[in-house]
Design a protein around this ligand. Sequence first.
Ligand code: KIV
Length: 275
Amino acid sequence: MSTVTLKSAREHRVTVPSLQRRKQRGEPITMLTAYDFTFARIFDTAGIDVLLVGDSLGNVVQGQDTTLPVTLDEAIYHTRLVARGASRSLVVADLPFGTFQISPEDALRSAVRCIKEGGAHAVKLEGGRNMSATIERIVCAEIPVMGHVGLTPQAVHRMGGHRVQGRTDDSAERVIQDAHAVQEAGAFAVVLEGMPAELARAITRELVIPTIGIGAGVHCDGQVLVMHDMLGLSDWTPSFVKQYAGLGAAATQAARRFAEEVGERKFPDPEHSYR
Ligand code: KIV
């Protein structure tokens, strides 16, 4: 992308219709998770299209084993921080486990809070055919919904772990039906997680809404990564993750140098002291 194109791309707020036009034009969509103001501003400045306040915050921010304990209040709090740092990116709040499954009305209440209190532009929720009525209800209230099918981390106990989906014909057929159900219910985009690249390619061809892949190969309309994985801040990352920086190692080294210099009374030196 030339400097001029990048600059003009940065000036316009990404919207639900603009993402749909990107699919029609074959222009890849970028999405990263973000959980606070500082990184939201960095990714927004870098031209990332969508900032997802993922319930992965349970893992990477809170240090929990699964995403299941994340509460709606926590999701809203982090969404508010991210929304404050995003001037161009579309902000999507992930509905945590238990905040949308009980009934479509309950789901709508949760989605409304993410928009009103969190400042999100849209919400994401996990599930396919089982979530059709819920997606329809939220969309009817003029709140854009992003779907999420395939490997859905909130179903970790049903799946028996974070298992790639769609490897058998039956399983692939279920994922395809889920993706279609999400589109028919009115979702504006869908995350395809943890599935063979060829399955994601077939779904991407069949759907008119953009697909955003994670561990789903290169043929999706866009790609998403968890920011801690992408920046090298996680202890362990799945094999599909590419680390674009080594911030974890850099931060450890910086903290060690700080501790050494304090221990040796080298910091603060005269340059870093008030006179
Ligand atoms: O919570 C999250 O970070 C997500 C992405 C992995 C898509 O749902």
